[in-house]
Design a protein around this ligand. Structure first.
Ligand code: GLA
Length: 353
């Protein structure tokens, strides 16, 4: 039997920076997707969380709809990389709310990849698997996302945030101060990245990147970005990315020094930049961020792709539950909030029994 658990991610800071080779600072958290089952002739997966059943040939060929498109893309890409055509019969359960900005699709693709690899006695290095999961998302639903979500699911470390440079793919771990809790509050506004402006934002940023002559935003100054030869929209998208990379660097220092005011200002700065320059926030997310500060959070900002989904807030551990409850009550739309624990990435969670 195989059991593969892939955690969801909460990104502390570094939003919409991954696909231009920038810096991100996510945490793998105790929500996730578990695939449980065994080798079989064909691929058959059932899920109460997602409804219906997926049935494909062992190499991923066949007809797929809904979440089956992700399974099919993963199986097809693994076959292209040499995974023997071994089937898998099992079930999939997820505790990640879908469309809430917690990377439910990466938890799905990573857990299915691991289960299929394990069943076939095949393996890929974590970052290779992260690239495969990213490609699967593009193939399944056409969303050109970056490396952050699957990389966090694979490389996360309990008690730490993952500082990942998506350009060089170097990473290190930044300890989470024990007295600080990570809170997520769902706006209840559902985004589906395949129908949102994610690809449009990325294309707008590309126009700005073209004017940098091959240099990545993480390596240019604000003045260089502001004077690049591009249209106004592209320049604003670029300004977000350049300033956000810098905020990640400063946030790491603030986390190490446990400088609460600096953490709060950097999270506020990130949110404002995403709202004004990148234009991916919504009035509901803006409201939740304001409420989080009002209810005693150290800082808060919208999280993930945007156009709906959740906010992330940092709070003193002893106050986290009351911050979360206060925000949910003041928001008044019967939404959910989580005080998340950090967990290890899948490397330590997959096992063959
Ligand atoms: C989504 C994508 C990620 C990343 C974020 C924004 O979660 O899957 O790759 O681009 O949006 O930071």
């Amino acid at each position: 039997m195989t059991t593969a658990f892939a955690p969801a991610r909460v990104n502390l800071i570094g939003e919409h920076t991954d696909y231009s080779g920038g810096l991100v600072l996510p945490v793998a958290v105790d929500l996730g997707t578990t695939v449980h089952g065994e080798r079989a002739e064909a691929i058959r997966l059932r899920s109460q969380s997602f409804g219906d059943e997926v049935e494909l040939a062992a190499d991923g060929s066949g007809d797929a709809a809904g979440w089956g498109r992700y399974v099919q893309a993963v199986a097809g890409l693994l076959a292209e990389r040499g995974r023997p055509a071994v089937g898998f019969d099992g079930s999939l359960a997820s505790t990640v709310p879908i469309g809430a900005g917690l990377s439910s699709s990466a938890a799905l693709t990573v857990s299915v990849s691991l289960a299929l690899c394990d069943a076939a006695g095949f393996s890929l290095a974590p970052l290779e698997l992260a690239h495969l999961a990213r490609e699967a998302e593009l193939r399944a639903v056409g969303v050109p996302c970056g490396l952050m979500d699957p990389a966090t699911s694979l490389l996360g470390r309990r008690g730490h945030a993952l500082l990942l440079d998506c350009g060089t793919e170097e990473y290190s771990y930044v300890p989470l101060p024990p007295g600080i809790a990570v809170v997520v509050v769902d706006s209840g506004v559902r985004h589906t990245l395949e129908h949102s402006g994610y690809a449009a934002r990325r294309a707008e940023l590309e126009r700005g990147l073209a004017a940098l002559g091959g240099r990545r935003p993480a390596d240019v100054t604000l003045v260089e970005a502001a004077t690049a030869d591009a249209d106004d929209v592209a320049l604003r998208r670029l300004r977000h990315v350049v300033t956000e990379n810098e905020r990640v660097r400063r946030f790491v220092d603030a986390l190490r020094a446990l400088d609460r005011p600096a953490l709060g200002e950097l999270l506020r700065g990130s949110h404002e930049s995403l709202r004004v320059d990148f234009e991916v926030s919504t009035p509901e997310l803006d409201l939740l961020v304001d409420l989080a500060y009002e209810h005693g959070a150290i800082g808060a900002r919208m999280m993930g792709g945007g156009f709906g989904g959740s906010i992330v807030a940092l709070a003193d551990a002893g106050r986290a539950e009351s911050v979360a409850a206060g925000v949910v009550e003041a928001y008044g739309r019967g939404t959910s909030a989580w005080v998340c624990d950090s967990v290890d990435g899948v490397g330590t969670n997959t096992r063959s029994l």
